[in-house]
Design a protein around this ligand. Sequence first.
Ligand code: FES
Length: 145
Amino acid sequence: MGNFEPVIVAFCCHYCAYTAADMAGSMRLSYPSNVKIVRVPCTGKVDIKHILQAFHKGADGVYVAGCLEGDCHFKNGNTKAARRVARAKKLLSEIGIEEERVEMITMSAGMGERFAQTATDITEKIRNMGPSPVKNIRVGQTQPA
Ligand code: FES
């Protein structure tokens, strides 16, 4: 796995994590280019199917980054997202894929450093885990080859 560079998909809430990513940029904090940001209006809009689809399309790790508890602009989108992430973890583990490949993170718009550190930590963790086994699953299979 010497040259393995993971693809990480980060579903980022427009009001917090996406703005924190901007903040990281303006603070000139670097984070790995492995992280591909998908901006969403609220993490409550991220469904399990989006998480699984990201793996199906080649992601090695996925995280959902929402507002801090009690700060969701749509009241409870982040708590809904946390429940869906927990469900996605369970589904992945049922088919033999490490549940640690999916995480729920919360932060505020001003947490540029937290955004950069999270992106770095998750990329490193997935790099150490190796490529997602989903890449080896063919249509009709239920287990990685
Ligand atoms: Fe940010 Fe809902 S508005 S998680």
